[in-house]
Ligand binder design. Sequence first.
Ligand SMILES: CC(C)(COP(=O)(O)OP(=O)(O)OC[C@H]1O[C@@H](n2cnc3c(N)ncnc32)[C@H](O)[C@@H]1OP(=O)(O)O)[C@@H](O)C(=O)NCCC(=O)NCCS
Length: 163
Amino acid sequence: MNAQVQQGGDARSVAGAVRFVPFTPDRIADVMAVERRIYPFPWTPGNFADSLRSGYSGWILEDADSSVIAYAVAMLAVDEAHLLNLGVDIPYRRQGYGARMLDWMAQTMREYGAATMLLEVRPSNTAALHLYRNYGFRTIGRRRGYYPDHHGREDALVMRVRL
Ligand SMILES: CC(C)(COP(=O)(O)OP(=O)(O)OC[C@H]1O[C@@H](n2cnc3c(N)ncnc32)[C@H](O)[C@@H]1OP(=O)(O)O)[C@@H](O)C(=O)NCCC(=O)NCCS
C-alpha cells in the first residue's frame, strides 16, 4: 500500500449512523475520488475493477448519505489474508475509522478462513504504522524498492498479525 499524502483540511464528524457496505463496481468512482486525494501514487480504476472481478474482499464504510468515509480491499490466499488497500478520507481522520475498518477486514477475513493477515506499508507512513502496531501487527520483513516515490523507490515493511 501507499503512503498518505497529508493530514489536514477541515475535520468532519458524522452525525448519523455509519455502515459497512460491500464495495461493488458501481462504487469505484466514489472510492477513486478519495483514493486520488489520499495517495501520492493512487490505484487506478482498473486496479479496483480487477480486484473486485478477482473476488477480493472490498468494503466501504459510509455515512447515511452514502459518502465514503473509508474503504479497504483484501485477498485471501489459503489461510492468509493480504490487506491490499485501506484508506480513510482526510476529513474523517483521527476519529477511529481506520481502526474500525481494519477490524472489520480482520473479522471478515477470519470468517473466510484466514488465520493471519499480512500487509505492506511504507516506513515513512507514521499514521499507518501507528494504526497497525496498535492493532497488533508486527514487522516480519522488508521488501527493497517496493514502492515508487518522488525520488526513486521506497522500501516496504511487511507486517503480519494473527487473527
Ligand atoms: C492510516 C490511516 C488509515 C489512519 O486512519 P485514521 O482513521 O486516522 O486512524 P484512527 O483514527 O483509527 O487511528 C488509529 C490509531 O492510529 C493512530 N494514528 C492515526 N493517525 C496517526 C498519525 N497521523 N500519527 C500518529 N498516530 C496516528 C491513532 O492515534 C490511533 O491510535 P490510538 O488507538 O492509540 O488512539 C489514514 O491516515 C489514511 O487513510 N492514510 C492514507 C492512506 C494510507 O496510508 N493507508 C495505509 C496504507 S499502508
